[in-house]
Design a protein. Structure first.
Length: 292
């Protein structure tokens, strides 16, 4: 089946109608994160044919980094909520083979009899939805996923709710002392980041950002502390500028030391021995000035 066949399955008159409808669907609280991602990808692929596209479930899973089972569950949710219609296709060249299904983004309020692609019988005239490789190469605009998110008017819903922020704050505060000002600053940075890029797991992203901010603050505190202690131990400039001068501690005797001992109480021999021992003690303590 050529891609021009999708013109028969268009559901919107203009591209703006498609975007506005998808935006209203994304605000539905019944959708989880997986369903929103699948809906956004299908909408992006349906831009050219205004609500219709043909794609494999495996391709959707690869593009948005999910398992095929999760994608199938999200498609069932979107189909049950009548946000999309799924038209299964079969390949004639493969016995019992399933081709790429056709997905339609339905206008709001549409009450169509939607066919289940998991239990649908094979049609009498099977449709061959194979997309030629040359056709895809010649028409690179078929996949508008990257351009869709850069130019789309669909607002990205913030999943970083107040209740989630409060829960993370209580959890981290119970594990240790948490700086509230630092926490609020990181929350504002994450919210600003969420407006620029898509964050798959906001809770884990916020926790990691707070941990990194705490580590950076502790490292900065240690560096400041080490720099202050280094300044306290640096000798004066006068000492550093004199290469032959050695720093010597001044000898200070305690107050109880009696300096008025009569010299006659010791003999010359005992005095010599005592002076020798005092000199050795001074050398060990570094009280003797050494000249170079």
């Amino acid at each position: 089946m050529g891609l021009e066949k999708l013109n028969e399955y268009t559901t919107f008159k203009t591209e703006d109608d498609l975007r506005q409808t998808a935006h209203s669907y994304l605000e539905n609280p019944q959708l989880n994160t997986s369903a929103r991602l699948v809906l956004e990808y299908i909408t992006a692929c349906s831009i050219r044919y205004r609500g219709a596209c043909t794609i494999y479930r495996e391709t959707i899973a690869t593009k948005i980094n999910m398992t095929v089972t999760t994608v199938a569950r999200a498609l069932r949710t979107l189909r049950d909520l009548e946000m999309i219609a799924i038209i299964p296709a079969y390949r004639r060249n493969i016995n019992g083979g399933r081709g790429a299904s056709i997905y339609q983004v339905l206008p709001s309020g549409t009450q169509d009899d939607i066919q289940d692609d998991t239990q649908a019988p094979a049609p009498e005239t099977p449709i061959n939805p194979d997309i030629p490789t040359d056709s895809v190469q010649q028409k690179p605009s078929v996949s508008l996923f990257s351009n869709f998110f850069s130019t789309s008017s669909i607002k990205q819903l913030s999943r970083l709710t107040d209740s989630l922020i409060h829960e993370i704050y209580i959890d981290l505060n119970n594990k240790g002392n948490l700086n509230k000002a630092l926490f609020l600053r990181v929350v504002e940075e994450v919210r600003a980041k969420e407006n620029q890029i898509r964050i798959a797991n906001p809770a884990a992203y916020l926790r990691a950002a707070i941990c990194n901010a705490q580590k950076a603050m502790q490292e900065k505190y240690r560096n400041n502390k080490n720099s202050k202690s280094f300044k306290q131990t640096v000798p004066p400039k006068e000492v550093l500028n004199s290469p032959n001068q050695v720093i010597a501690r001044q000898e200070v005797l305690p107050d109880w030391f009696d300096k008025k001992i009569p010299e006659k109480t010791l003999s010359q021999k005992e005095k010599a021995i005592l002076d020798k021992k005092v000199e050795e003690c001074r050398r060990k303590l570094g009280l003797v000035k050494t000249s170079f």
